[in-house]
Design a protein around this ligand. Structure first.
Ligand code: F0G
Length: 352
């Protein structure tokens, strides 16, 4: 299967045509959320862009294929990133494929176990700091500016063009631009990428108006909503536990130019949205991703979206990366019964 570079080559800055480090990323499902549509009871067409279906389970693969291909083309000996988990997983996997060493800096105790295991099994050197993502990013920026190691955080100039392909794909799948686009925001790279992606397609004459972008945060990690950096961000959605977003200005431009909004949702609303998506739509996304659905529900409640419109919500990462959180918040009982037909039948009969 070819990845996003093969598919959208004309839109992507590739240093050497012959060097493409790909794991078959992109081409992710765009799923209509019919049960959610019924539940909200308005005339809205709501879609989920399921980015957890990417090779390492998140949207980061789109930017990483381009960043890594160009790092190899420029003979970089190694790559480095700070991460809340998904960037480190993607960096580690693509570096493995490219035969490069990867260094990943993560905040102690604040990344999902699945993501940490990904970094290890792909062979990255994991460096844990007694601090948060923002502090990690400051360190890796400094290291990358002095050493010959390539930074593969979204500040890498190839990450955003790669991530823009998600917007191209949505338009190609829908055959139109949605009216609204909801997504979780942390560092702001993806919000910037979607806006620039939609605008690139608009400038190519595909439609007249790009969607309004709604970027969703967790209440206690909401620098964009508050309008200033936050020193100690806290949320169960660890992927977006970021207080000093690197794409501050660009994200503000995206929201303003698209006439969208920043929204903040409580952790409780995010967990509820995650569970609802799984139980009613069959999509298991990670908590940070569910912020886009929690944000949509809030926007609908506040009459921020018009009737008769098309909405896309990006589900940025796969729920399987963080099953510990599900265990903590889902009310379930698992009792063993005897291995007999009668015992099993009795339970089924009670449940029906
Ligand atoms: N959703 C998920 C699942 C993420 O992992 C991230 C960011 C975001 C949303 C926010 O995207 O930062 O471009 O605004 N994760 C980064 C990481 C920070 O290190 O994996 P953003």
């Amino acid at each position: 299967m070819s990845g996003i570079i093969e598919k959208y080559k004309t839109y992507l800055p590739l240093v050497n045509d012959e060097i493409i480090i790909s794991l078959g990323e992109g081409n992710t499902p765009l799923v209509r959320l019919l049960n959610l549509e019924k539940k909200v009871g308005r005339s809205l067409r709501i879609y989920a862009k399921v980015e957890g279906a990417n090779p390492t389970g998140s949207f980061k693969d789109r930017g990483m294929t381009l960043a890594m291909s160009n790092a190899v083309a420029k003979n970089a000996p190694a790559v480095i990133c700070a991460s809340t988990g998904n960037t480190s997983a993607a960096a580690a996997a693509y570096a493995a494929k490219a035969g490069l060493k990867a260094f990943v800096i993560i905040p102690e105790g604040k990344i999902a176990m699945g993501k940490l295991m990904q970094a290890y099994i792909y062979g990255a050197m994991v460096i844990q700091i007694k601090g948060n993502f923002d502090q990690g990013l400051t360190i890796v920026k400094e290291i990358a500016s002095n050493e010959s190691i390539t930074l593969v955080n979204s500040l890498n100039p190839y990450r955003i063009p790669g991530q823009q392909t998600a917007a191209y794909e949505i338009v190609d799948q829908l055959q139109l631009a949605p009216d609204y686009h909801f997504l979780p925001i942390g560092n702001g790279g993806n919000t910037t990428a979607y806006w620039q992606g939609y605008e690139t397609y608009r400038n190519a004459g595909k439609y007249h108006k790009s969607p309004q972008i709604f970027a969703c945060q967790a209440e206690n990690a909401a620098p964009f909503v508050e309008g200033h950096f936050v020193d100690k961000p806290e949320t169960i959605a660890t992927a977006i536990r970021i207080g000093k977003p690197a794409y501050w200005q660009q994200s503000n431009i995206a929201i303003e130019a698209s006439e969208g909004r920043f929204l903040a949702c409580s952790d409780a609303c995010i967990i509820k949205a995650q569970q609802m998506l799984a139980a009613q739509e069959g999509i298991f996304c990670e908590p940070a991703s569910a912020a886009s659905i929690a944000g949509l529900l809030k926007a609908i409640e506040n009459n921020f979206v018009q009737e008769g419109t098309t909405i896309v919500c990006t589900l940025t990462g796969n729920g399987l990366k963080d099953t510990q959180l599900v265990e903590q918040h889902l009310d379930f009982q698992l009792n063993s019964v005897s291995p007999s037909l009668d015992a099993v039948r009795k339970i089924i009969e009670q449940a029906i």
